[in-house]
Design a protein around this ligand. Structure first.
Ligand SMILES: NC(=O)c1ccc[n+]([C@@H]2O[C@H](COP(=O)([O-])OP(=O)(O)OC[C@H]3O[C@@H](n4cnc5c(N)ncnc54)[C@H](OP(=O)(O)O)[C@@H]3O)[C@@H](O)[C@H]2O)c1
Length: 288
């Protein structure tokens, strides 16, 4: 948005010949990220709950580049003991992590009062606590070495708001503000901190979020997971603070940021009402 460019980071990208840990690598943006960095990294540590998918990805990546070490861990990143065990095992196999990509995340579509608390709680544990914990575990050694990167996958909703995803939007505001503030904290340490704030990306996200509307995001606004992954990798390479990939998504997100909040509230109110009616109809409950 016309902001002055910061000084580019010194030294080469920590991705090159580095150890890159990617959470949520079994699908969507995380899988595309693994494919994107596979030609440059020394080792990949791929984490998600569906280990079979990670194994298939490992086979694909190693077939393309036999010199690459790929470790896969079927691990719920919201489970601290499992994360600790995974980090211990990875340290033995490949040593220190150079780049942490906090990508694993989930959504929960619907008005908040009709949402199920266990789903909301799991989402907050994953999108917020797991991301903050993994960062805390890995950032100290990066600072000591004077090299590394933390790259977080936030959302356009980390910068603005909308109806029908209150808790998700809250979690992404955490990710965006946390990442910006962490970047300040780590200024001058040699550790890069960056984030991607995408609009809609064509992944399993909407399905997992329980999209009951029967509607998909407009094709013009949506980008592929590969494009999103490329944007994040470029941002790490160049030491950028925040990127919104896709021209149309960039415009829409920035319009949301610049638009007066009272106007957004007014514009979104009928959409929120329609969502509530649809959600109640799907549930078979009478509309208010
Ligand atoms: N798609 C979009 O429109 C969009 C837009 C903006 C931001 N984002 C963000 O992009 C990130 C990636 O989402 P995506 O679009 O690629 O969706 P996706 O295709 O559903 O991928 C989500 C990934 O997170 C993993 N995951 C979920 N819960 C986990 C847990 N408890 N522990 C470990 N891994 C877990 C999933 O693997 P398992 O199920 O195998 O564990 C999967 O690999 C999320 O942070 C999301 O908020 C997405």
């Amino acid at each position: 948005m016309g902001a002055p460019r910061e000084e580019p980071p010194r030294g080469g990208s920590p991705i090159d010949r580095g150890v890159v840990l990617i959470t949520g690598a079994s699908s969507g943006i995380g899988r595309a990220l693994a494919r994107e960095v596979a030609a440059r990294a020394r080792a990949l540590v791929l984490v998600a709950r569906r280990q079979d998918r990670l194994e298939a990805l490992r086979a694909e990546l190693v077939a393309a580049r036999p010199a690459l070490t790929v470790l896969v861990y079927g691990c719920d990143v919201a489970d601290r003991a499992a994360v600790d065990a995974m980090l211990r095992a990875a340290a033995v196999e490949v040593g220190e992590i150079d780049v942490l990509v906090n990508n694993a995340g989930s959504g929960d579509l619907g008005v908040y009062d009709l949402s199920a608390w266990p789903r909301a709680e799991q989402m907050i544990a994953l999108n917020v606590t797991a991301l903050a914990y993994l960062t805390h575990r890995l950032v100290g050694p990066m600072v000591s070495r004077g090299r590394g990167a933390i790259a977080n996958v936030s959302s356009g909703f980390g910068l603005t708001f909308g109806p029908g995803m209150a808790a998700y939007i809250g979690t992404k505001h955490f990710v965006t503000s946390f990442t910006e503030a962490l970047r300040l904290d780590l200024a001058g340490t040699g550790v890069r901190v960056t984030q991607v704030c995408p609009g809609p990306v064509q992944t399993e996200f909407n399905e997992v979020a329980g999209n009951f509307t029967g509607l998909e995001p407009p094709a013009l606004l949506s980008i592929s997971p590969e494009r999103c992954a490329r944007a994040l990798v470029r941002a790490i390479d160049r030491g950028r603070a925040l990127v919104v990939p896709g021209v149309v998504a960039w415009l829409v997100v920035h319009l949301g940021v610049l638009c007066p909040r009272w106007l957004l509230r007014l514009a979104y109110r009928p959409i929120a009402r329609a969502l509530r009616r649809k959600q109640l109809a799907v549930r078979g409950a009478p509309a208010p």
